[in-house]
Structure formats: C-alpha cells, structure tokens
Design a protein around this ligand. Structure first.
Ligand code: NAD
Ligand code: 3PG
Length: 523
C-alpha cells in the first residue's frame, strides 16, 4: 500500500489519477493533526504547510513531496535532497490564474476599486475622491519574465501599455518575440509607472525592491507583488508610502502569512488579497491533476518530469537512458565492492551514443550505486551527488567525441586512497550490458549475479587449479572469461556461479601461489 497524506486544501477531483489507481490510500488531513506521520510515502502540500527538516524526520518513509503549485520556498528542498526525497511541483497549472489575478490587482489599484467599493457600501458617494489613471500608454515594468510575467505582458499589451522587462536570463530574441522592451534593472526602476515582480523568492530576489532601489523609482509609482512576500521589502514600502513617493501598492503575498502584524495594511493606498493568485477552480484542478499524475508515474517506477531536485527527463528520454543507467549501476556497485578503501574521486567518461544521452542522470545513478555498498541510508539519484560531496568524494563527468571501437562505452575510474581502479563497459542492443575492460585487462562478461574476480600470474595450470578447488567445494562454474595484457605477465579471470561463494572457498583460492587477489562480487 502506498500512503499519501494531503496536508493543504487540494482539489479532490484533481487527485483522480491516484484515486483510480489500486493500492493507494489517500488521507486528507493537515500534518499538525496527523499522529502517525511515519506511515506516509508521499506528502501533498500547497504554500501553507511548511515542510521542514523536522517534519521530514518525522516521516522516515517519505519518498516524494508534491507541491500542488509553483513556489517551493515552503519546502526545505536541500534537506529533502539529502534524504533522497524527490520534490515535484506543478509549474504551469496556475500560470493563467495568477497572471489574471495580477492584472486585476493592477486595474483595481489605479482605479481605486477596492476603496471605492468600501466607500459605496458605507453609503457614501465620493466620486472626486477616487479619480484614477488610465493604463493605456503607461509603462508596466515586469521583473521576471517567466511563465506568469509573460502572460501578464500579453494582457498589458492588449490594454495598450508599454511593457519593460528586467530578467537577467531573458534573451533579446525572446523579448522581441513577446514584444517587450528589455531593460536593465536601473532603467526599469527609473522609467516604469507600475512595477510588478514575478520571480521566485531566492537569496538574490529577497528584498530586490528595498529602501535603495525603491528610491530609484519614479515619484508616484505603483508597486505590485503577486509572487512572494519579501521580494519587496515591507519596511521600505511603509517608508515610501508614508512620504508619498509610492502612490499605491497591491499585495497578494506577505513576508509572514497571514500578515497579522504588518503596518502595511493600515495604509489606505494599499490593496490586498490573501494569497489568491492560484485560487481558481481551474488552477486548483490543473495543479492537483499535474502532481497526481507525476506521483503515479513515480509509484509505477517511471520517470517523473517536474522534479525540482532530479534532472528533468521525459519517459521517452528515459527509454534512451535506461540501458546506460543499468550499466552505470552495475559498474558503480562492482567498483565499490572491489575497492575496499576510502575514495577521493570518481571520473565517468561517456563515448559514442552514450555521450548523447542525459549523462548527469546516469552519473548520479552510478554514484548512488557506488555509495549504496558503503552507507546504510536511503541513497538514490536525488541525494547521491550531495552525499558524495559531503564525504569529500569529487566526481567528474567527461563526454568524449573519441571512438575507441565500441558504438557506445562508459569508463569509470576511481581514485582510492591506496590504488586506482577502472572499468569500461558497453551496452549492446538486445544483448545487454558487457564489461569490456577491468584495470586495463581486456575481458568480456555480463555484469550480473554471483561473480568472482581473480587476479593471477599468467602461468600454465592456474585455470585447472581454480577449477579443482571450486569442484572440491561442489561449486559449478556458470561462465568464465580470462584476460591478460602480455604473455606470462599478470592476468585476470572473471567467473560466475549459480550461488554466492562462501569464505572457506575464497581462502582456499587465495592460498594458490599463482593467485594475487580474489574478490567475490554480487551484482
Ligand atoms: N500569488 C500566487 O498565488 C502565485 C501563484 C503562482 C506563482 N507564484 C509565484 O510566482 C513566481 C513566478 O512564477 P512563474 O511560474 O512565472 O515562474 P518562472 O520560473 O516561470 O519565472 C520566474 C522568472 O524569474 C526570473 N528571475 C529569476 N531571478 C531573477 C532576478 N534576480 N531578477 C529578475 N528576474 C529573475 C527567471 O529568469 C524567470 O524568468 C513563483 O516563483 C511563485 O513564487 C505566486
Ligand atoms: O507558488 C504558487 O503556486 C502560489 O503561490 C500558489 O500557492 P497556493 O497553492 O498556496 O495557493
């Protein structure tokens, strides 16, 4: 049974993909009210539930956190990543609703609609108190031209506004295509009549509009925040509302929600909504449906496509990656068992068609498989990179355009404290994965099952001696390959069996004069 806890109000209809599937139990209850958090495999949230490290510690079975919306600033993504928990969101399900809400706020702000509405309901008729401004011909400054910023720009243009944009990641081509003016931040501050922010809340965007930058705006500017509380500094806003530099402010989001203690709400020129950007039937259905489908993919062992902490990959893309993923896992596990020593760095080199795939994913998969042999915690492609770095293991990925004779190959080199080891493998369509070289010895074997690696001197009789000892212990050899670099030098043997070998057999083999090293490997 896969158990899902839905902590915030999320559209029940949108949960349909999970409700219709078998062996999934869905409980709709706030985390604060649930006593047995440890039983859940998945957690669904919106912006209200704070997914802290402490909460994750109470949920040791948690595998996936689904944010039914865009912003993940209420989730400690770094901690989730460390713990190997996938974090997904619904990036575009609420774009239109939020853009429409922002536009409604802008129109309300310049025409004083909320204030006029209150006044009329108080039985007043003060027409001259609510004289507004036209949007037509004004300059709207958009900070952050992502999904919402772009939709907002389209609506503003339809109202005859000039649209100026600041977004450090915006190309000239894209701004021309959308029909907006690309500016630097200072220019936008100096020129815009209305400024609206549509960035995520990050270290860089926190307080982006602050005492200094708001000071550079036009006198009488309107400011709008329907993205995240804190992008516009609330204390600075109060200062500039008080001295009249800022004419009006529209806020859907606050530094602390609900905003019980902020002075901002005391200003007549401030209009506010309680984080309603995504609160439409359509958006809620979209986001819940989007994340439910993703979680179902995860349960079915398929690739999720909207993960915050995994390389994004479609099912189609994963089909191409899958053979190399298997090969990488086999090599990672083999090398980890073979090299029983601390490791300093891991290099993985891709060649041929292996170099054309999503290599970042495969590299993490190989590292996860390597670390799994050494650590007794949940390790997967989500946390492999972080855990390796935390343990001082450097990992390097190389993509080569050389051709060493295979249509594809993957070579993993591990620098340990005492020695360096290296394995090269290839994936043959309809035939599977093969290891073609171990520490420079050419060989050819299928990396699977109960294996025995033997390093020995290349002298007559060694194969017979190994066979005799195994026979004496009633061990049947399933496959056997040998490889050497030169006649009479060092050589290796790779054998596979139907059952694991026990220690007395390994000790008996090690006692043979011609044998240098013996290692049983389970793949
Ligand atoms: N009020 C609501 O209910 C509501 C609803 C949905 C989203 N949001 C908020 O809106 C934000 C934007 O959503 P989106 O879907 O458009 O995201 P998005 O990722 O599509 O767009 C964000 C844009 O911000 C830009 N950006 C990043 N750092 C910047 C910086 N320092 N200066 C200028 N631009 C910068 C990025 O390049 C990107 O184009 C979300 O992160 C979320 O916090 C709020
Ligand atoms: O980031 C988002 O998607 C919005 O802020 C919506 O948040 P909500 O799901 O709490 O309405």
């Amino acid at each position: 049974m896969f158990r899902v806890l839905v902590s915030d109000p999320i559209s029940r209809d949108g949960l349909e993909p999970l409700l219709e599937a078998e062996n999934i139990e869905i409980v709709q209850k706030n985390v604060a009210e649930e006593e047995n958090l440890a039983q859940y495999d998945a957690l669904f949230v919106r912006s209200a539930t704070k997914v802290t490290e402490q909460l994750m510690n109470q949920m040791p079975n948690l595998k996936i956190i689904a944010r039914a919306g865009v912003g993940v600033d209420n989730i400690d993504v770094d901690q989730a990543t460390r713990k190997g928990i996938i974090v997904i969101n619904a990036p575009d399900g609420n774009t239109i609703s939020t853009a429409e809400h922002t536009f409604a706020m802008i129109a309300s702000l310049v025409r004083h609609i909320p204030q006029a509405n209150m006044s009329v309901k108080n039985r007043e008729w003060k027409r001259s108190s609510f004289v507004g401004s036209e949007l037509h011909g004004k300059m709207l400054g958009i900070v952050g031209l992502g999904r919402i910023g772009t939709e907002l720009a389209r609506r503003a243009k339809a109202f005859g506004m000039r649209v100026a944009v600041f977004d450090p990641f915006l190309t000239k081509e894209r701004s021309e295509k959308i029909g907006v003016e690309k500016h630097d931040f200072e220019e936008l501050l100096n020129q815009a009549d209305i400024i609206t922010v549509h960035t995520p809340l990050t270290k860089e965007t926190k307080g982006l509009l602050n005492k200094e930058t708001i000071g550079k705006t036009k006198k009488g500017v309107y400011l709008v925040n329907c993205a995240r509380g804190g992008i516009i500094d609330e204390d600075a806003l109060c200062t500039y509302l008080e001295n009249g530099h800022v004419r009006g402010v529209a806020l859907d989001v606050f530094e602390v929600e609900p905003p019980e203690h902020t002075r901002l709400l005391e200003f007549e020129q401030v209009i506010a909504t309680p984080h309603l950007g995504a609160s439409t039937k359509e958006a809620q259905l979209n986001v819940a449906y989007q994340v439910s489908k993703e979680v179902l993919l995860f349960i079915q062992g398929k690739q999720v496509t909207t993960s915050i902490n995994l390389p994004a990959m479609s099912d189609e893309a994963y089909k191409k990656v899958a053979p190399y993923d298997t090969l990488a896992q086999k090599i990672g596990s083999f090398l980890s068992q073979y090299m029983n020593q601390p490791v300093q760095s891991i290099t993985i080199e891709y060649e041929g068609t292996a170099a054309e795939i999503e290599t970042a994913y495969v590299t993490k998969s190989m590292i996860a498989s390597f670390l799994k042999q050494r650590m007794d915690i949940n390790i997967n492609t989500v946390n492999a990179g972080v855990l390796a770095r935390e343990r001082g293991i450097q990992f390097i990925e190389k993509v080569s355009d050389q051709n060493s004779g295979y249509s594809n190959s993957m070579k993993v080199t591990i620098h340990g404290e005492q020695t360096t080891s290296e394995i090269k493998g290839t994936s043959i369509p309809h035939f599977g994965e093969r290891i073609v070289s171990v520490n420079g010895f050419s060989i050819d074997f299928h990396p699977s099952g109960h294996l025995l690696y033997i390093q020995h001197t290349d002298v007559p009789g060694v194969i017979g001696n190994v066979g005799r000892i195994l026979g004496n212990h009633s061990v049947n050899i399933a496959t056997m390959q040998v490889g050497r670099k030169e006649k009479g030098g060092e050589a290796i043997m790779m054998l596979s069996f139907d059952r694991p070998l026990d220690q007395p057999i390994l000790s008996a083999l090690t006692e043979l004069d011609e044998i240098v090293f013996v290692k049983a490997i389970e793949l």
